[in-house]
Design a protein around this ligand. Structure first.
Ligand code: NAD
Length: 494
């Protein structure tokens, strides 16, 4: 599908609206379909995508099971050749993918292009791990004995992904799963079916053997069927805490292996010695980039009261001028949220924060401008004086809403930062080296930043959280293979 810049309402190739099972694009057996709507313009419907049920999932798992032995037998170096080809095709189709992401998820086109680059980085990094996927030799306790460890793929895996990074997150599951020798069934979010379809089509074009990677579109019914299928050896899930917990509990009776990447309520701590301009820029980027819809989004600024007024003045001056608009408009600085459900939840969170004593100093409602299409546009919202234990300071909103929470000093700020059940990212702005290291030591969070935005991740670093943000081995980084493979030991006497 060639997409010219500016040709926003491109046609979605018909076959991409189905499932991809056993190497074929097929319609869902359920016979049901769901409309994929552009959140920036409700009149723009991309297409009707498969809404699958248990029978579709079981078929896909069966195809993945059938493909397993052959795929595993290739070994990581040969498998990597498929990934290398996929990387080349991904690069050729990068424009198409960025357009698909913006059109169905809503983020700015430059944010979508950044996501494509991130997916490429993950694929490139993973491919390079092929020659490192070994074990260790170990001392033996008896003489004339050789002891070593090695990894085996765990088998068929189910990959369940959210809508906020519809390309990068499926990629950081698919790439290591395939390299490890697992075969997979991807069940993406029903809000972003096109991006995942193109992703799978990239691997098809790379010549992947039939059944190695399957795609089943749908929502809870498909996800539950994947968790329930006894041939599935592991589920890698990214999404909300509630669904992640349900998946873990649903598979516990058969000791299903799970990798859960969950929510966040991330704090940027602004100390009294911070560079306030840098802190403001980082908070604006972390809180309002992608309309706050990142697991590592900055949703709390925990600010020392001695610099609070100055920080707020500079922050509000900056945020008030952010231009809300469609992702395809180059003048837009803040994209719409993904759907009306998310928009209503953010508006309810703003109202709740005001009931709890918070004061809206910027935004606070829907963005209404004559030139905006009918879509999910919210004003960038800053709420000050939010008590540290108020719902807005404790629960994920996943929208462009920032809670500013007072701290009397550094210790108080760290206590507040750690007061939530989540622990995805933690960020501190300070001129003091000692405070920076102390914060790194004390933050109850997986991904830590000093004097820089609290968002962003490298393909070679673990994408990981503490507490209720994460369960199981991290994604990205070499450690991801601890999910997709099982360790074995062998002792050989001679
Ligand atoms: P969600 O939990 O609603 O859905 C995630 C996926 O689970 C979707 O594919 C959905 O169809 C599927 N699903 C829904 N019900 C299911 C069930 N009963 N059984 C199995 N699967 C089911 O999350 P979302 O709204 O798509 O994404 C937003 C959430 O994702 C936020 O909480 C965010 O913090 C989190 N997230 C986390 C990370 C991370 O790396 N930790 C990254 C991105 C997003």
């Amino acid at each position: 599908m060639a997409v010219a810049p500016g040709d926003i309402r491109f046609e979605v190739a018909g076959h991409l609206t189905g499932n991809f099972i056993g190497g074929q694009w097929v319609a869902a057996q359920s016979g049901q379909r769901r409309a994929d709507v552009n959140p920036a313009d409700f009149t723009d419907v991309l297409g009707e995508f498969a809404e699958s049920g248990g029978a579709d999932v079981d078929l896909a798992v069966e195809e993945a099971r059938r493909a397993l032995d052959g795929w595993r037998a290739l070994g990581p170096v040969e498998r990597a050749a498929f990934l290398t080809r996929a990387l080349r095709i991904l690069d050729e189709r990068s424009g198409e993918l960025a357009y698909a992401i913006t059109r169905e998820q809503g983020k700015l086109l430059k944010e979508a292009a950044g996501e494509v680059r991130r997916a490429e980085a993950v694929l490139e990094f993973t491919t390079g791990q092929a020659r490192r996927l070994g074990g260790v030799t170990a001392p033996a306790e008896e003489e004339r004995t050789f002891a070593y460890t090695f990894r085996r793929p765990i088998g068929v895996v189910g990959l369940i992904s959210p809508w906020n990074f519809p390309l990068a997150i499926p990629m950081w599951k698919v790439a290591p799963a395939l390299l490890a020798g697992c075969t997979a069934v991807l069940k993406p979010s029903p809000l972003t079916p096109l991006t995942s379809a193109v992703l799978v089509d990239v691997f098809r074009a790379a010549g992947l053997p039939n059944g190695v990677l399957n795609l089943v579109q749908g929502d809870a019914a498909a996800g539950e069927a994947l968790v329930a299928n006894p041939a599935v050896a592991g589920i890698s899930f990214t999404g909300s805490l509630a669904i992640g917990t349900a998946i873990h509990a649903g598979g516990a009776h058969r000791l299903l292996r799970t990798q859960l990447e969950l929510g966040g309520k991330n704090a940027v701590v602004v100390c009294d010695d911070a560079d306030l301009d840098k802190a403001v820029e980082a908070v604006v980027h972390g809180a309002f980039g992608q309309a706050g819809q990142r697991c590592s989004a900055t949703s709390r600024a925990v600010v020392d009261v001695r610099v609070r007024e100055e920080f707020l003045e500079r922050l509000v001056a900056r945020v008030a001028h952010l231009r809300v608009g469609p992702g395809f408009d180059e003048a837009s600085e803040l994209c719409p949220v993904v759907d009306t459900g998310r928009m209503d939840a953010a508006l309810a969170a703003i109202a709740g924060a005001q009931r709890d004593g918070g004061k809206v100093v910027c935004g606070g409602g829907r963005a209404e401008r004559a030139d905006l299409p009918d879509g999910c546009y919210l004003q960038p919202t800053v709420i000050r004086d939010v008590p540290w234990d108020a719902e807005l300071a404790q629960e994920e909103v996943f929208g462009p809403v920032l809670a500013v929470v007072d701290a009397v000093d550094f210790d108080d700020a760290i206590r507040i930062a750690n007061s939530v059940k989540y622990g995805m990212s933690g960020t501190v702005f300070t001129a003091s080296q000692a405070r920076a290291f102390e914060a790194l030591d004390r933050f109850e969070a997986g991904m830590l930043h000093v004097n820089r935005p609290g968002v962003g991740a490298y393909a070679h670093l673990p994408h990981t959280g503490a507490k209720a943000s994460q369960y199981g081995p991290p994604e990205c980084s070499p450690e991801v293979f601890d999910f997709y493979t099982a360790w074995h030991s062998a002792c050989i006497s001679y």
